[in-house]
Ligand binder design. Structure first.
Ligand code: SAH
Ligand code: SF4
Ligand code: F3S
Length: 479
């Protein structure tokens, strides 16, 4: 049995602390003879859970392994290194990861040389680390979201010393610009604009797993966008837990509206951004969105609850009325705006009246799409300390009632697309039918359609002939 060596363990208090100074570090991969010999020709598999922040991190990790001429595989039996990039946002996400790591035990027993790494948001929690160390002996390397820049060194150390290695720091690190990039797609890309979150919503673990908010330098963002455009990318999504607060930590008079405008001016064909927090959405941002045709008229604006009482307990910093006012303003200034949201059902002690407020808000906003979640208790967050009296059964019933209402509006909206011609960025073959292509409209509706596979990665016109709640059916039309 290998020995476990712990370099650093996570600590929620450290995660909470704001650093006085953030350093901006531009880092190239330094060629290492040992790794070159060891990794050359081997295969890796990266399994990514959670949000786009994790997807970007996985792309960076893939870039580091590609540097050493490794290739990726989808087959765990074929892999020499398996990396599980985890999400901690809800308990069911964590259960899935434990199941997956559990399944790797047999593989490790059959192949002692297999290296299993676990990273991402889950490991920023000390109770998860204990469980991994004690129960999941097949795991060789555990590293946190702030330890990604040193991944290759940690891997080397674990191999050379033949140990199980744990290095998870919690203190929000510096901003690293790592010259390692292996993007999943060749025509659409996520571009980080900020890391972490300063909002500390009472239910949410993200500020602890991703650290305090740090904006990237505008020059680095614009450089990245321009490089992507040169490579032929058609769509860029600016990424942050709260894009609207971009720059507050960094500049006096340059905010998200300025960045959005500068990125729009690069001429990228499609520009998107997620996630918007209602609190930081200002008029300048709305003006820029309406002014530029290449900024997609789709906003993901999580509301979480329609009850002002619950919003206050959630520490969301707006009331139901504030949110509705913002939606009215957005809709009046941005033509044909498509709106989506996130809603949590069953926050501790949510009453039927609170829930009715959420249903009422949905009636008023009539979302184009929505993500709904049942509240999940996260160790260490303020909401976890509240003694909750609402039963799971009640929460599940409310959840179903909410989904039913949302789906009525989503279906009705989807019907209005039938007969229209939509511009679709073609993603590839549909998951369910290999003869059908799929892609997204400008306002982020999924379309499955008959068309020419040579158009994958291009923006084409599709006539919509049928609608379902969560997708449209169409046919490619000639230019
Ligand atoms: N920064 C983004 C994304 C956060 S995580 C934002 O603020 O919107 C994505 C969604 O997960 C959240 O919007 C919220 O609806 C949901 N979520 C976060 N913590 C949760 C919890 N403890 N239980 C249930 N849902 C949660
Ligand atoms: Fe979590 Fe709130 Fe930050 Fe979103 S804004 S990541 S919900 S703390
Ligand atoms: Fe999950 Fe971490 Fe994203 S907790 S939602 S992967 S920031």
């Amino acid at each position: 049995m290998k020995k476990t060596k712990i370099i650093s363990l996570p600590d929620l208090n450290e995660a909470r602390a704001k650093k006085d100074k953030i350093n901006y570090i531009h880092q190239d991969i330094v060629y290492d003879e040992f790794l070159a010999n060891f990794l050359n020709g081997k295969k890796y598999l990266i399994k990514t859970h959670g949000c786009q922040a994790n997807q970007r991190d996985s792309e960076t990790l893939a870039g580091m392994l590609d540097f050493y001429k490794m290739t990726s595989t989808d087959d765990p039996h074929d892999a020499d290194i398996i990396i599980i990039n985890t999400c901690a946002v809800r308990e069911n996400a964590e259960d899935k990861v434990f199941g997956e790591i559990g399944n790797l035990k047999a593989l490790k027993e059959a192949n002692k040389d297999l290296i299993i790494c676990v990273c991402g948001c889950m490991v920023l929690q000390s109770h998860i680390i204990s469980k991994l160390i004690d129960t999941y002996k097949q795991v060789d390397l555990i590293f946190g979201t702030h330890n990604i820049p040193e991944f290759l060194n940690l891997l080397k150390q674990a191999i050379i010393e033949n140990i199980r290695l744990v290095n998870v720091i919690s203190s929000a690190g510096d901003v690293f610009e790592i010259n390692a990039d292996d993007r999943k797609d060749s025509y659409k890309a996520f571009v980080n604009i900020s890391y972490g979150c300063d909002k500390f919503c009472a239910y949410c673990i993200v500020p602890y797993t991703r650290g305090r908010e740090r904006s990237r330098l505008k020059e680095d963002i614009l450089n990245e966008v321009n490089c992507l455009i040169k490579k032929g990318y058609k769509e860029i999504t600016l990424l942050g837990q709260n894009v609207n607060s971009y720059g507050k930590d960094l500049y006096k008079d340059y905010d998200f509206s300025n960045l959005l405008e500068d990125v729009a001016k690069t001429g990228i064909e499609r520009l998107r951004f997620i996630t918007s927090h209602p609190w930081d959405f200002n008029d300048k941002m709305i003006d820029v969105i309406s002014k530029y045709d290449n900024i997609m008229k789709y906003i993901h604006l999580p509301v979480q609850s329609g009850s002002t009482r619950i919003l206050k307990l959630m520490n969301r910093r707006y009331t139901k009325q504030d949110y509705l006012n913002l939606v009215d303003k957005l809709r009046s200034k941005i033509k044909n705006l498509s709106l989506s949201t996130d809603i949590i059902v069953g926050f501790p002690n949510e009453t039927e009246e609170d829930f009715q407020e959420t249903l009422d808000l949905v009636d008023k906003v009539k979302y184009d799409s929505a993500f709904t979640f049942i509240y999940s208790k996260r160790v260490g967050t303020p909401a976890a300390k509240i003694n909750d009296t609402v039963s799971d059964k009640e929460k599940s019933e409310r959840f179903l009632r909410l989904v039913k209402k949302l789906e009525e509006y989503i279906s009705k909206k989807a019907e209005t697309y039938v007969g229209t011609i939509q511009k679709v960025l073609v993603d590839g073959f549909s998951k369910k039918n290999k003869n059908i292509l799929s892609g997204y409209t400008e306002d982020n509706k999924l379309v499955n359609f008959k068309g020419d596979p040579s158009k994958i990665g291009k923006i084409i016109k599709v006539k919509i002939i049928e609608s379902h709640t969560y997708s449209l059916i169409g046919e490619e039309v000639d230019e």
